[in-house]
Design a protein around this ligand. Sequence first.
Ligand code: SAH
Length: 486
Amino acid sequence: MENITLKKNDIFELEITDMGVDGEGIGHVDGMTYFVKDALIGDVIKARAMKLKKNYGYARVEEVITPSAFRVEPKCPEHKRCGGCQIQALSYEKQLEFKHEKVRGNIIRIGGFSAEEIDEKMLPVVGMEEPFRYRNKAQFPIGTDKEGNVVTGFYAARTHSIIPVEDCLLGVKENAPILSIIKDWMNEYHIPAYNEETGKGLLRHVLIRFGFTTKEIMVCLIINGKKLTAQEELVSRLLELEGMTSISVNINTKNTNVILGDVTECIWGQSYITDYIHLRTTSDDVVGTSQEFEVTDTAVAYRISPQSFYQVNPVQTEKLYSTALDYAGLTGEEYVWDLYCGIGTISLFLAQKAKKVYGVEIVPQAIEDAKNNAKLNGFDNAEFFVGKAEEVLPEFYKNLKAGDAMLNPDVIVVDPPRKGCDQACLDTMLKMQPERIVYVSCDSATLARDLRILCDGGYEIKKVRAFDQFAHTGHVETVCLLTKLK
Ligand code: SAH
């Protein structure tokens, strides 16, 4: 078709036929591909051209001419301006379908596996029963509006202007009263909010964590300074809230986007909260289970500090980890490596059913937490090492004697960050020849790339399943089981 050249701000009709990785709408017209934020698959829109390149461009929704059949009324009035959710206007069912397709598509396109093979191995996506109020952690930026009032909420998409949303529907109900206490206290005691441009002001962020099982609350105030003024007054007001367990101050005087600084000082109660993750007995159990949040025999306890990495969606984490454990196929006799183990969340799940678990993690503090969590739960069969998986694993491989159980694990579990596993890590995994590899992934593109390497190295995919850990966003987690070819 003839290329009709559009200019910036031109208005044109566009049918949205696909969805991008971040939930943005995609439409094609006159040989061009357009990416449109807040347009949904199935919409016909009047689009306004924004940034244009040779074969693709970005456009805005000027008007929805015919709405998609999958459009729903978003619960949050700020869903468009706020950067937190991307696809709240899409029905939850369709969101799940999108995530399943995203994983499937990447494995086929990037991994080079056949559609038939993947369709045979891929299980239905695991969604939430109630896809709101699922986050156990929230970080609210604090600022000042044009009239000089203290504001808190979330950053607008791609900017640092604060949209006042104090009761985000992805977060717990407990957040709003905490923020309201802090705001009142700031106004009364003239505590200045931090200003990113000038680097002046005191309070930068408020971090809140909530234990879904224990109902324990942690509040951490991130400040640009050494001390909090009128601290006792704030503490006494926060203590009126049920469940308050840990109040701390984190010092961050740097001009940076990184929220937390290096030093945290507990100003009331404990420096951590405790929460539990419960084991689901079988992976079939992961769909449609009601969420009880009681402490059971198979629950593992975790201590969580302000700095700890801890999965933010406890409901889905239980399903994800129970599936990973099920795929590991443990009987009590196995030696298992858990690479990228963080605070040992998966490792301790594995330790319940394995002979021995070795965890590897790059962040020293996380390994400290992992060791403490092992003690807390009475596991003496989990050992943890600080370092890069791609260095620690090859190092052991080089130095240990043949026949050592560490060299011949039955199972290797990996849960890498978005960039996936390093080649040196995958190479050593292949040399170790475990019977099973369980790959937990937060980025299906790098998962697909790594699956290809593992399958070329003598493994085959047995099961793939996507999990919705982050409803209303474009993110998706995946668990994949690979077994050694005989
Ligand atoms: N399995 C854990 C953490 C998964 S997140 C859990 O579910 O809680 C990925 C972890 O990999 C992070 O803790 C991060 O610090 C760690 N990490 C990042 N790069 C690494 C590397 N090269 N080697 C080992 N760990 C790494």
